[in-house]
Structures are given as structure tokens and as C-alpha cells.
Design a protein. Structure first.
Length: 199
């Protein structure tokens, strides 16, 4: 057995901790990337992540914890608060002086529900584009809605909920008559019906 074949005691532990650290960094990077998409910027994502770990923090504490400029943090917090993605309350302090705001991020399930609503609306707009283009301009201006072909369900600890629960209840009471409007002219096999004109 040569000296090269012998491993130092604890070397496997070092390799394991290095692999674990790389995995955590990759996971953290992925979460930041995903939240950057959801929250529009990496700055806002870092603030949200910090507030999940340290709720009821002031803008100064967030700036120190994230390494972001205090003015950037204050601006982002104001936007996040206006959008309902963070809550703020005055910190109660004894004595005279300024009581700064402390911020707490909304739960991730609430954040995802808001994003799901945006994605669902955008998908429904795309799917209903032909209907919207064919409608009279005055009907579109009246704000009349169409059946929504896309429903996205988000599951949380409270159980599944959809953004279109009320719409489903309404369509159940009306029967199946408009439930498949988006698919008129398409047979079950994916081909066109014979009586539907080709474009």
C-alpha cells in the first residue's frame, strides 16, 4: 500500500461538507433566480428571502443582512409593500424617538398564488385572443368576460384552491354549454371537424 492510497482521517468529512456546501449554494442560487422572476428583480428576491429568515426586520437590518445599499432596500420595500408582498408595522420602542417600520414577508404560498393569477390571466388572454379579435369593439369595451380555458390550482397547507373556483361553480350550474368554447371546431383526436371551415 503506497502513501498515496492512504486517506487522511476526516478527509471524507471534508469532501462531504464541501459537496453539501456546493449543493446549498446551487439551491440558494436557484431560489434567488426563481424569486427574481416572481418578484421582478434580484434585489427584491434577496429582501424577500431575508425577511423569510428574519421576520419583523427594519430596513437598516435588512440592508446589513443582505449587503444591499440602504436606499435601495428602502425603495424596494416601499414597492413590495405597495404590492402587498410585505407587511409593515411600526416597531414599538420604549422611550422617545423614532420608531422605525419593521417588515415581514407574506407566506410563500400567498406569493405563488399571486403569480399563478398573473400567469393564468396571461394564458387565458392568449387562448381567448381569437374570440377577442372577432368580437365587436363595443362588446370588448363593455368589459364583458369570456369563459376562461385555463385554471391553475395551488395547493397549500389549507388544501387545494383555485383562482377560478367561483367560475367553476357558475359553469357547473349552466351545464356544459360554453365549457368547451375554446375547443369548438376541434374533434377529440386533435383534428378539425368536417363542418369547420379551414383558415
Amino acid at each position: 500500500m503506497s502513501r498515496d492510497d492512504v486517506t487522511e482521517p476526516g478527509a471524507d468529512d471534508d469532501d462531504e461538507s464541501t459537496r453539501r456546501q456546493k449543493a446549498i449554494e446551487g439551491f440558494d442560487s436557484g431560489i434567488v433566480d426563481l424569486l427574481s422572476w416572481v418578484l421582478d428583480t434580484e434585489t427584491r428576491a434577496k429582501i424577500y428571502i431575508y425577511l423569510q429568515a428574519e421576520p419583523a426586520s427594519t430596513s437598516e437590518e435588512i440592508a446589513q443582512g443582505t449587503g444591499l445599499y440602504p436606499s435601495t432596500v428602502r425603495e424596494a420595500l416601499a414597492e413590495l409593500h405597495d404590492e402587498g408582498k410585505v407587511n409593515r408595522e411600526k416597531r414599538s420602542a420604549s422611550g422617545a424617538g423614532n420608531n422605525p417600520y419593521e417588515y415581514t414577508a407574506i407566506p410563500p404560498s400567498d406569493l405563488v398564488s399571486g403569480v399563478v393569477g398573473q400567469v393564468q390571466d396571461e394564458l387565458n388572454t392568449v387562448f381567448n385572443l381569437d374570440d377577442l379579435l372577432e368580437r365587436d369593439e363595443d362588446v370588448v369595451d363593455s368589459g364583458e368576460t369570456t369563459d376562461e380555458p385555463v385554471t391553475i390550482t395551488v395547493e397549500s397547507d389549507d388544501g387545494p384552491s383555485t383562482l377560478a373556483d367561483d367560475a367553476d361553480d357558475a359553469s357547473d350550474s349552466e351545464g356544459d354549454e360554453g365549457a368547451n368554447d375554446a375547443f369548438d371546431g376541434v374533434d377529440d383526436s386533435g383534428g378539425r371537424d368536417d363542418d369547420t371551415p379551414e383558415e
